[in-house]
Each structure stands twice: as C-alpha cells, then as structure tokens.
Design a binder for this molecule. Structure first.
Ligand code: COA
Length: 333
C-alpha cells in the first residue's frame, strides 16, 4: 500500500569521520599469510582505517554528526531524534546514541541504537522517513558508526582483511512540498534463518562471558564468506529492483547507485544483474574496506563531495548485512 503524505523526507546535510590510522594490505602481509594481490583481486580493498583506543563508535559518530549538522545549518537542540546504527556499540547499554546525544548537547531528541549490521543505515533511514512523513518530527539524525577493528580476529585472514572503521551521518529533514523529491521510498527485510552465516556468536545472553568463550574467540566476527557473497548479490539486486518498480522507474532512470561496500566483486555482480554500468556505481571500498553500517553514509557523503550527485538526480542505495538483513532506498536529490 502506498503512503501518500504531504510531507517529504529530504537529506539536509551529510558528514563523515574516518580515523587517521591507515592499515594497508602490505601491513597485513606482515602479520598474516596473505598478499596485497590476493586481497585486491578478491575484494577490491587496498587499505582500511583503524580507530585509536580512545575512539569508540560514539566518538566517531559525534564527529560525523557535527559535520552533517554544520552542512544542514542546524543547532543540536533542534534534533528530534538520533538513530545510531551500529554493531559495535560503546557498551552493551546504555545505547551509543545516548552518548552521542550528550556530546552533541541534543537534549530534545529521543536517542537510541538499531542493530541491522551492514544494512543499519538504510534501516535507520527508513525509520526516519516514516516519522518525518507522518509529520511527527522535523529533523532526524541518522548515523552509521563502527569500530569493526575491535571485533575482528586479526589472526583470521578470511575476515580481518575485509573490515574497517568509520562513521557517516545524515540530517533528514521534513519538508512540505508537492514535488516528488527526497526519500521516495525505502524497503527493508530480514531472514532469521540465516543467522549462522555471519555474526559474533559470543554475548551476554547465549554465551555468557567466560574464560572458555574468550579462549574460543567467540567475541569476534565469524563468517561463511561464499554463502554471504551469494546472498548479497541476489538480495541487493532484487530489493533494488523492487524500490525502482515501486516508484515506476527502471534501472535506466538511475543516476547513481550506491551499494554497500562489502566486496568489489559483489558490487560488480549487482551492477551486471541490474545492467547498471560502472560509471553509474559509486565505489570507495579500496580506501575503507567494509565499514558495515557506516559504509552507505560515508559513500553517500563522498559521492556528493566529488560531484557525483547533482540536484534532480535519482540515487539508489542497496545493502545487505548479517541477520540476514537487506534493503534499498530511492532518493530524488
Ligand atoms: N589471503 C590469502 N588467501 C586467503 C585469504 C587471504 N586473506 N582468505 C582466504 N584465503 C584462501 C582460503 O583459505 C581458501 O584457500 P583453500 O582453497 O586452500 O581452502 C581460498 O583463499 C579461497 O577461499 P574462499 O573463501 O573460497 O575465497 P572467496 O573467493 O570466496 O573470497 C571472501 C573470500 C571472504 C573475500 C568472499 O567470500 C567474500 O567477500 N564474501 C562476502 C563477505 C562479505 O561481504 N561479508 C559482509 C557482508 S555484509
């Protein structure tokens, strides 16, 4: 059912923060049985960022949020809601968003986290879209922030090469207009039958912290790489098509596709399935690896910075993450 609202949800500002420390593939060659050639060929990644010990997800998030608020020319006390999308929160609770709220001084906002891993930002954007189009709120800050370096096993060459740290934020604003612009629609899904192919099994409920669970490295990312790869290609393509069809478009109408930056080969395969040429696909995985929930907002910001998104452009976001979770959003700029 289509939801016809007099309100639209527009991106009013974006910002990013990347930790300074760069870890290249060559650096990883020194600690792992791997090679720069293998990592580039299988993933497209050349380097990734690693946060300092004092840079937790909330610290990264606050830096990205300040940049987004500056572009939106918005004072923190005008934010109605802060949604932090993260799978590497500062602590189990309170939410990372509450730390962000305190640092920003955004005390009028409801602040909470959502956990949809690499799909997080599109899930967060979808929540923001609903609140804004319902007319309930005016400004919502959606942030993807991750310190994946804390949960990768640096001795596991099949996972640690993939991930990186970073944060991206967007101020989403309610506007009243008859024009067809802003977030046109968002489409989010989950499949709980695939919880075993990608996750961090150790945790409070199922595997209470013990010497044994630490020795078994239960608090690190475990992944069945090729199964995740296949799901990513199919789900990201299918949901992208759904978003286009829902709005009466085809892939030919897309000006820029921003896919989740998990693996360059996944991105290429999605492009081929959708028949969207490389010139219309934004890629920055070579610099940052997979930054999970931060991947889309970092890419969105960089795409805007380098002039790849112009007023009137149709921008398609498509993602997949652990859960499994997946989703797409279509934005008319
Ligand atoms: N360096 C060198 N060799 C490596 C390696 C590394 N960093 N990692 C794995 N290998 C080896 C494997 O041990 C295996 O060796 P074997 O044939 O002797 O057993 C070989 O390379 C092939 O492994 P495989 O897992 O089949 O490679 P792949 O082509 O599937 O690539 C991934 C592995 C992880 C890069 C790929 O599966 C992937 O990107 N999956 C999706 C991951 C993802 O996107 N996750 C997040 C989703 S949000």
């Amino acid at each position: 059912m289509k939801f016809n609202s007099p309100f639209k949800a527009e991106v009013a500002g974006t910002g990013i923060y990347l930790p300074e420390k760069i870890v290249t593939n060559r650096d990883l060659e020194k600690i792992l049985d791997t090679s720069d050639d293998w990592i580039r060929a299988r993933t497209g990644i050349q380097e990734r960022r690693v946060a300092r010990e004092d840079e937790s997800a909330s610290v990264l998030a606050v830096n990205a949020a300040r940049a987004a608020l500056a572009e939106a020319r918005l004072e923190p006390d005008r934010i109605d809601m802060i949604i932090v999308c993260t799978s590497t929160p500062d602590v189990l609770y309170p939410s990372t968003a509450c730390y962000v709220q305190k640092e920003l001084g955004a005390f009028r906002s409801a602040a909470y986290d959502i956990s949809a891993v690499c799909s997080g930002f599109v899930f967060g954007l979808s929540i923001a879209e609903q609140f804004l189009k319902a007319g309930r709120y005016q400004h919502i800050l959606v942030i993807g922030s991750e310190v994946n370096s804390r949960i990768v096993d640096w001795t596991d060459r099949s996972t640690c090469i993939l991930f990186g740290d970073g944060a991206g934020a967007a101020v989403i604003k309610r506007v009243e207009t008859s024009e067809r612009k802003g977030v046109l629609s968002s489409h989010i899904y989950s499949d709980g039958t695939q919880t075993d192919i990608l996750g961090v099994p150790g945790g409070i409920g199922r595997t209470p912290i013990s010497h044994a669970s630490i020795d078994e490295k239960q608090y690190f990312i475990k992944m069945v790489g090729n199964a995740t790869f296949k799901f990513a290609v199919k789900r990201m393509s299918d949901v992208a098509l759904e978003a286009l069809e829902y709005n009466g478009f085809t892939t030919k109408d897309v000006d820029l596709m921003i896919p989740h930056q998990a693996n360059k080969r996944i991105i290429d395969a999605v492009g081929e399935r959708l028949e969207v040429g490389p010139e219309k696909i934004f890629v920055n995985i070579e610099k940052y690896g997979n930054t999970a929930a931060a991947s889309i907002p970092i890419a969105l910001h960089e795409a805007r910075q380098c002039g790849r998104i112009k007023p009137g452009n149709l921008v398609l976001l498509t993602v997949l993450g652990a859960g499994l979770t997946w989703g797409a959003a279509l934005i008319r700029w």
